[in-house]
Design a binder for this molecule. Structure first.
Ligand code: G6P
Length: 611
């Protein structure tokens, strides 16, 4: 939620910041703005996309070697020019960008209003900024000192970066709960919410931790804690190429990322799976195998698409490892005083590694003695650092707001973890274990094969694009896939869609069925095949339109359904890795057919860093 970029160094700051904002636009696109500090502090802000800002500043004075920029996902105050960041303090001396939420902003605002502070926006950010300015004026201290004092009063989450008019040689930043990466160049520094705006300039980065302050000049980076003690920056090397964050010939990131899945699944298996030897190599699991295999209970916490991956993992872990598993929405788990015993294992699943609810959920569980295992895509992200152990999903940067390749990579990692634990526990027959390893190995090729029918799916999307609602049904391993298919359609095409276990359909959703309702069945071959065939018949009997994702060679459903999407035959446990892909494509093509921006669906943000 919200992307921030800042630059200080010999280059012109504006082009660096603008390019960075475009890369971070997936985090929010309600408004965009920059503040540039030369002799003057120049602020330009515009409601809407970064491109709108770019257009609005043509002909303006953009010269500066220090600047901050922001792309907003609105929390406090509607999307508008005046609520756009950067904000200026009451005196106009300070400019600030902010990602996060200041929870006690109302109380701080009251105090400031009583002291006569004027407010020009509805944002919590302006409150914090004026609070900092008030402390600086009152204490006649440096901005750094004022910030330290102010942040001790702040409840909430933030990354903030400040410019001070009389100090064009310094940027000041602070972080708690939202991400901040600092890129270290030669005589220059780059700040951003993630590494994508930074990699074309430098691969040396520092991930700022919670409760740290950064004082940044062209050739100096000082990190301090709120107690004013210096901290040695831990410089890491980015393992990320520029091509990974560009569209590479596709019109949309979402489409590119769907088509990347043969490679991302392959990358996720690489170095881990050895079918010949029958081994799975995962250091994060191996080093804690006792803890994981002896767990009395596993609790999976996640949000959104990652939560759907968790549901599939529940089925796999219970079947293979015979360990009871609960899957929790992080936002519910963190607030409902859950019973956690020392020895419980929490698996946190997150593409970004920055989802606020997931972070707090695992922090709470950690305090109560649980062992935290992170399944995360973004290397160096908060969840990867909070976890005791973990496994990266290696899907590469996912830019499309709707998650696709990260989901299949999560499934692969979770399957590998389950199989490794199951092998250790001897809770899975050896021949089944070996068969599943071989199946996993074959998945990248099978994805390649199914992607060859993309044009057929594009035609189906065209056919169903005027639907008002859609129902997605599946059983067993296919039920979470139905949920994920429905989520994709909602996110991308704004068609109301619901996912249900196919048998539950009789307890309500069947009332919706008529000749206008497309019902998408996830009906690949599994133990419930006959049952799902009956469910399809029940929909057909009520004139519903059936679109079915089926395994190759399924004559029965081919004969029954109005339309089919075919995937190669695989084990029922690995089937979600294939069956979800036609549904991703269907949603993406349908959004495109409706002329929507599939990479930036309305109201959504890729990384939900506020609760
Ligand atoms: C947002 C994104 C989803 C994502 C969810 C959880 O809603 O739009 O695509 O599944 O957050 O994010 P995470 O990064 O924790 O997987």
């Amino acid at each position: 939620m919200c992307g921030i970029v800042a630059y200080i160094g010999p280059r012109e700051a504006y082009p660096v910041i603008l390019k960075g904002l475009k890369r971070l636009e997936y985090r929010g696109y309600d408004s965009a703005g920059v503040a540039l500090l030369d002799r003057e502090l120049k602020v330009y802000r515009k409601q809407g996309r970064v491109a709108g800002l770019e257009e609005s500043v043509i002909g303006k004075d953009l010269h500066a070697h220090a600047g901050i920029g922001h792309t907003r996902w609105a929390t406090h105050g509607e999307p508008s020019d005046r609520n756009a960041h950067p904000h200026l303090s009451a005196s106009g001396r300070l400019a600030m960008i902010h990602n996060g939420i200041i929870e006690n902003y109302a109380q701080l605002k009251n105090e400031l209003v009583k002291k006569g502070y004027p407010f020009k926006s509805d944002t919590d950010t302006e409150v914090l900024l004026n609070f900092i300015e008030y402390i600086q004026d009152n204490n006649h201290c440096s901005l750094e000192e004022a910030l330290r004092i102010a942040l001790k009063r702040v409840v909430g989450a933030y990354v903030i970066v400040l410019l001070e008019k009389d100090h064009p040689d310094t940027l000041i930043a602070a972080r708690k709960g939202s991400p901040l990466v600092i890129g270290i160049g030669k005589g220059e520094h780059f700040l951003a919410s993630d590494a994508s705006p930074i990699i074309e300039y430098t691969k040396e980065v520092v991930y700022v931790n919670d409760y740290e302050l950064a004082i940044i000049k062209c050739d100096e980076l000082i990190l301090k804690n709120l107690g004013n003690e210096k901290i040695t920056p831990y410089i890491q090397k980015l393992d990320l190429e520029l091509t990974a964050i560009e569209k590479g010939g596709y019109d949309h990131f979402m489409l590119k990322e769907i088509f990347e899945q043969p490679d991302t699944v392959f990358d996720c298996l690489r170095g881990r799976l050895d079918v010949g030897k029958g081994t799975i190599t995962m250091a994060g699991v191996q080093n804690h195998l006792d803890k994981l295999s002896q767990a009395k209970r596993i609790i999976i916490v996640a949000c959104g698409t990652s939560w759907h991956a968790g549901l599939i993992a529940e089925y796999v872990l219970e079947e293979c490892c015979r360990i009871p598993v609960e899957v929790e929405y992080a936002s519910e788990f963190r607030y409902r005083n859950p019973v956690i015993h020392p020895g419980d294992v929490i698996i946190a699943i997150s593409q970004s590694g920055e989802t606020a609810d997931t972070i707090v959920a695992i922090e709470n569980a950690k305090e109560q003695g649980a062992f935290i295992f992170g399944v995360v895509n973004v290397v160096g992200s908060s969840i990867s650092r909070i976890s005791h152990a973990g496994a990266y999903t290696h899907a590469g940067p996912e830019i499309g707001v709707a998650s696709t390749k990260a989901f299949t990579a999560q499934l692969v990692v979770l399957l590998l973890i389950a199989l490794k634990i199951a092998f250790e526990k001897r809770s899975i027959p050896e021949d089944r274990y070996m068969k599943l390893l071989a199946e996993l190995q074959s998945i990248p090729e099978k994805i390649k094969e199914l992607l060859r029918s993309a044009d057929h799916i594009r035609n189906l999307a065209e056919k169903y694009k005027d639907a008002r609602d859609a129902l997605y049904l599946g059983r067993g391993y296919s039920f979470p896939v139905a949920l994920e298919g429905a989520l994709k359609l909602k996110e991308i095409s704004y068609i109301h869609a619901e996912g249900y276990p196919a048998a539950e359909m009789k307890h309500g959703p069947i009332a919706l069925v008529d000749e206008n309702l497309p019902v998408l069945f996830v009906a690949t071959r599994d133990a419930y095949h006959e049952k799902i065939v009956s469910n399809i018949q029940e929909i057909k009997a009520r004139k519903g339109k059936v679109v079915a994702v089926i395994s190759e060679g399924d004559e029965i459903i081919t004969g029954l359904a109005d339309d089919i999407m075919m995937v190669p035959v695989t084990d029922e446990m690995t089937a979600p890795l294939l069956s979800v892909i036609p549904l991703q494509l269907f949603a993406c093509y349908l959004g495109m057919a409706k002329g929507l921006d599939v990479d930036k669906p309305r109201n959504l943000a890729k990384s939900v860093t506020v609760e």
